[in-house]
Every structure is written in structure tokens, then in C-alpha cells.
Design a protein around this ligand. Sequence first.
Ligand code: LER
Ligand code: MN
Length: 271
Amino acid sequence: MIISTTGTADGNGTFLVYHGPYREIIPRMAACGYKGVEMHIEDSVCILRDELWELLRAYGMRLTSIGTGAIYGKRHYNLVDSDSSIRQAAIGHLRHHMITAQPDHGLVIIGLITGRMQDCTCREEFFWNLEESLYQLDQLAESYDVQLGFELTNRYEREYLIRIADGVEYLRSHNYKRILLHLDTVHMNIEEADIRQAILGAKGYVGHVHIADNDRWYPGHGHYPFLETLQALKDIGYEGTLALETNCLPSEEISAIRSLENMRTMLGQLK
Ligand code: LER
Ligand code: MN
């Protein structure tokens, strides 16, 4: 499993570790010992992709994943909206993130940009629009040779597809080639009755994992059962990214250092 830190050049993003221009934060991530990064990008059209890629190469870092949720708050782009032009705007927007992710065949996150019940008229429309949008995104992901991670979020952020078992059933009943589930320890902590069993039931369906303690601080700060989660992920053969979607408290440096130390220690304790 690859440990990634998180960063953004967009000036927002409460639950991210590094904030600032790429030329400043990528060297700091590498100096701390990270080899992977999940960048949260508001709009891939507005970034200097070449500069980002030059810096990643120069510092031996891999762009494992791209966080995409900011645009739901900013422009309300989403995949389930009753207005098809909004759905198409969201798909076009995610296509540009796929281009950013392409050199490392990274994973583009479909989390908050999924949208909510309030964006359409009824449950049937939610699932109908979601299915159609995800098929379009799946084809695009295949053509760009990147992955998509459908993030299961908690009940306060979405009405449907919040538990792992529901996500597995959804993917089983669709024939997506590039979409897997994206788990997040904060959401699992709220929604799963038995985290180990839930993960064991998702064998073959997990594509990405967000790591943060129950209070969104670095792992080890709170009471989330990381060893159980990491052992279950190992037991299902998960070899993907563990991306630290934590806040930067008490400071960027302490959050980044403790996250890496604690994750390495726990990964070393797995059977
Ligand atoms: C996005 O990855 C996520 O987990 C959200 O809950 C953050 O608000
Ligand atoms: Mn998350």
C-alpha cells in the first residue's frame, strides 16, 4: 500500500495537509519523506499542468489521486442533477482532471461531485442520472487510461450509497471497467457497524482509501481502529493508495510527520 499526503494550491480545503503553490509544497512533501500525493484541484483547466508534472518528476513524487469535491460547493456541478447541462458540465470538468491524472494513470475521485437527493426530484431520478453519468465517465476513464474512485460518504453528506455493502451491490449490478469504491475512515467510522466485515465483503471492489482519525486529525490522534482497517485491507489484497485526508493541525509539519510515522508503524504491525 502506498501512503500519499494531500495538498492543494487553491487556498481552500480544510481537510488537507499542504496548502500553497506547487513549487513550494511539493519540495516540502518530498523532504518529509512522501513519495505519493493526492492533489485537490478546483479546476484542472486553471492549473499549470506542465509545472505540476515537472515538479513531481524532479522530486520523485507520484500523483496517486485527484480530489475533486471543491467544485460542488463553488459551481454546484454534480452527476445527478435534474438539469442535464449541469450533469454534462460535471462530466466535462472531471474529464479535465483525467488529463491531469493521465501521466501516472492516477485515480480521479468522485465524491461530493456525485451530488445529493436535493439536486434531483426523487430516488429513481438520482439513480437513473447517476448510472448514465457514471457510464460516460467510465468510458472517458478507459480512453485516458486512468481510474475512478466512487467515494462512499456519510449520511450527512449524501442520502444514498453510504455503506460499503451498498457500494459493492451497486458496482456488482453495473458493468463499469474503471470505477471502484473509495473508502474513507471518517465515513466508515460513522456508517459501518463492523468495519472489518464490511471491508472483507468488498474484496475486489476497493480502489482508493482516505485515511484520517475520527476527528480528521492525523492517524493516531483520536480513537479510530486503524489496525483493524489496515489488516482487513491487507487481507483482501488491497495494494492501492492510503491518502491522508487530514487537517493540518497542530501544524502542517507535525501532521505530515506524525501521519507518516504512525502509518508506517501500523503497516509494520500487520500480520
Ligand atoms: C471528501 O473526500 C470527503 O471525504 C468529504 O467528507 C470531505 O468533506
Ligand atoms: Mn474522503
